[in-house]
Design a protein around this ligand. Structure first.
Ligand code: V47
Length: 385
């Protein structure tokens, strides 16, 4: 590894702590966000990343499935959610979801990433049937389904406790939960960007209960809107504290805010500089998280590739169909094939490793053979509920 060259003396005590493996404080986090010396911040994050993972860089073969975009939450940050009768509102029939899933399996998916809107009329049973149907058809595929926000909503509409809701999800076949809905935990920010969503404190309680129920989950942070540097650091420290208790978080994913078609469309897009800094600060502050994802859909493949030298050790997956960022103006493709993800990783001087959702190495020779493609392809069965 090259030598650390510091042009900002205020980073010196932080660099000493990082090299000694000591935990960074709130003030350290703020300093890392404020320092003009991004390369030194990146060097330190890369130091930790290489100590944990060497050159190994993970990706997975997955497929996103968004069962509905109908949503009662009306978050200002979001361009995906729609009122039930608004143009572009959709809800998939279960058969359509199964056909998408079958196509995903034909493409080699080992994970379905399932998240959607908070629909006013769909019962919890629809989602349980969706999961049990997928599990029955594809028992070897990991179902990473429903954010903490959806879990909270299901409990409310089904009049169940959070614990009962999680048990029903698990019994149906949910294997873990994705990290969405965390946004920024601070109430000042939530009031502006997502005032009807669960509070930050409730999101953390839900994550703890999810882990206690025996399900792993991911964590995210949405940055680049109205939050301050202090509010970002507060968010990271709250995640770190929860992880100290449960050890249930698998990966952290910083999410760059995409303003187009949202109620916050006046906010400028994030810069590459801010994107790389968020990856690096997360790696340095979240000392008890093994995996930091550079989600290529949102960062662009080019920035995500550079992030592999700024603390990230994962590019996320092939994705195939992405609506949340593309409705908000993302210009990236919705799909990157395995060989392209591997090429990006190798070109950054790293070693690509295909993983499953929980970061076990995938040995494709041990997976069931891929089923043959059906000539008919997908039939559109969208229904409006
Ligand atoms: O919860 C919504 C965010 C999240 C916008 O767990 C937006 O492996 C930017 O959580 N601009 C969903 N972000 C995505 C997500 C995720 C993605 C990849 C991997 C994993 C994982 C989780 O997207 C939402 C919200 O925080 N979001 N709208 C927007 N306009």
């Amino acid at each position: 590894m090259s030598e650390l060259i510091l042009t900002d003396d205020r980073l010196k005590p932080i660099a000493d702590k990082v090299r000694a493996g000591e935990r960074l404080s709130f003030d350290d986090g703020v300093q890392l966000y404020r320092s003009p010396d991004l390369l030194a911040v990146g060097w330190l994050a890369n130091y930790v990343r290489e100590k944990k993972h060497g050159n190994v860089t993970y990706y997975n073969v997955n497929r996103h499935i968004n069962p509905t975009n109908v949503c009662v939450a009306h978050c200002k940050l979001c361009a995906f959610g729609r009122d039930p009768n608004a143009p572009g509102a959709y809800t998939y029939a279960l058969d359509e979801i199964y056909q998408r899933a079958d196509q995903g399996v034909r493409e080699g998916a080992t994970e379905f990433h399932i998240v959607g809107g908070l629909h006013p009329d769909l019962p919890f049973e629809y989602f349980l049937e969706l999961i049990s149907g997928l599990k029955k058809r594809h028992p070897h595929v990991h179902l990473k389904a429903f954010t903490m926000v959806e879990v909270h909503y299901f409990a409310r509409i089904a009049k169940l406790t959070i614990e009962e809701t999680l048990q029903k999800m698990k019994a149906a076949g949910v294997d873990s939960c994705p990290g969405g809905g965390a946004e920024i935990f601070h109430p000042r920010v939530r009031r502006i960007i997502c005032d009807h969503k669960v509070s930050g404190q409730m999101w953390l309680t839900l994550a703890r209960k999810t882990h206690e129920a025996g399900l792993h989950s991911n964590a995210t942070m949405l940055y680049g809107h109205v939050e301050t540097e202090e509010e970002r650091v507060d968010h990271l420290i709250k995640l770190r504290e929860t992880q100290d208790i449960t050890r249930g978080f698998v990966a952290f994913i910083p999410l760059a805010f995409h303003p187009d078609n949202t109620a916050l469309s006046h906010i400028p897009k994030t810069t590459g500089y801010l994107d790389l800094r968020n990856i690096a600060v997360a790696r340095l502050m979240l000392d008890n998280f093994d995996h930091i994802k550079a989600y290529w859909i949102m960062l662009t493949p080019s920035i995500a590739q550079i992030a592999l030298r700024f603390g990230a050790n994962d590019l996320d997956g092939t994705v195939v169909e992405e609506k949340i960022y593309h409705d908000a103006g993302a210009k990236t493709s919705e799909f990157t094939p395995r060989n392209e993800l591997e090429r990006l990783i190798r070109a950054a001087g790293r070693v690509p490793v295909e993983r499953d959702t929980l970061y076990n190495k995938i040995d494709r020779s041990k997976l069931p053979p891929l089923p043959a493609a059906t000539p008919a392809g997908l039939v559109s069965l969208s229904l409006n509920v």
